[in-house]
Design a protein around this ligand. Sequence first.
Ligand code: FES
Ligand SMILES: [Fe+2]
Length: 446
Amino acid sequence: MITTENAKPRVGIDPAKAPDPVLSDRPFDPSHYWDKDFWKQEWDKVWTRTWQIAAMTNQFKNPGDFVTLEFGHEVILAIMGTDGEIRCFYNVCQHRGMMLVTEEVGSAPSKRLTCPYHAWSWDVNGILKTVPDEPNFDKSLNCRDKHLVPIRTEFWGGFVWFNMDNNCQPLRESLEPVADHLDVYPMEEMVRTLWVTIEGDFNWKLVQDNFNESYHVFHAHPQLKYVAEFAYRYSQFDMYPSGHARMLMPGGAPSRTVKGGEDEIIRQLGEHMQFWGLNPDDFRGRMHELREALQRQKRLLGAEKGYDYSRFDDSMLTDNWHYTLFPNLSLSLKPDGNIWLRARPHPTDPEKCYFDMWYLNWFPKGQERYYSPTLRDWVDMATPAPHQIGKAGDYSMGPTIDQDVAIWGAQQKALHSRGYKMEILAGQEARVRYFHDNLEKWINRP
Ligand code: FES
Ligand SMILES: [Fe+2]
């Protein structure tokens, strides 16, 4: 637990603005969104060297429980060993390269991983157990030593992380200061209530570019101005030496730029207001007072509704704390949970990626349903969320993310145009520049 000097649990997240880094003015090469050579460099220098999330720790209850993750052309196998440790391995048979586990989630029968091809088998700690017709293999081949190939595995925030580079920085160090900030949330207690993956026709960087700026919000997400302060002069943007970034965007009330629109505000926030004991009609003519009113009500009624806000400061009760982690993860923290967004490299095509959205909820305690203002719906917490996998448009990720997804597909096509030369960035898009500067730094590392 994170404590202050006098050993009281810390409350709130440090809102101090990080010193701005020196940014380059080098244009991004549009071909980096489709060029196979650049894509290969990203694999060698970025994907195989950065910490990535394989699974949630709460997906593992017993030895043998496993989760696999398709990641570029690799499939990562995370499995709980007989000692209760979760370890990641390359999901490949050492005999002739068959995929060892083909399901996404499951439990190894009799705590054994048996290859579907010629039935070599390993225990759930990755140790080789059986080789059919073993005397038929020449002794010099040392079959007995062919254990599964482990991948460095560490844990933070209720997630199982892996890094294919054995010499990488320790996870916690690589996540700073984000891990330190987010430790005030009950990260380990999160329940995944939405799990959607789409195969998108766009390069993964378009996703991270998008989540690194809020300039697009006023036009691409016109509904958001009624529930959040999108205007850049009222938000704060931070860029950290680790390559990660943050945006603080006030929420729980309409933007100061909004005049009127009361019916729309009530349509979007009315049920949330009522949940917290506020009558939407009382706020007609004073909608901008809603943020503070919601903060007061949550303090007042939080405990009785099963919401432990004791480590939240007032801004965390209404605002959006949005973190973009280099290279490909965004955590958008809302008062009741966390929108978890990630673009994963596609196995064969730079102009495609897998885009994952999870909604992770941590409230309310002891209840089976909760009202999510983000999804604007009641959500079941008792049944594990099924994994919905499809093409862009097959499943909804909520109105806002659906709007983003529709943009990336069209942007990927247009980037090829002879009529497009280079990006022109606003000050509030500095995190996009910073992301590309960091990408270049990683690509140029020996
Ligand atoms: S490829 Fe796995 S046992 Fe032959
Ligand atoms: Fe967006």
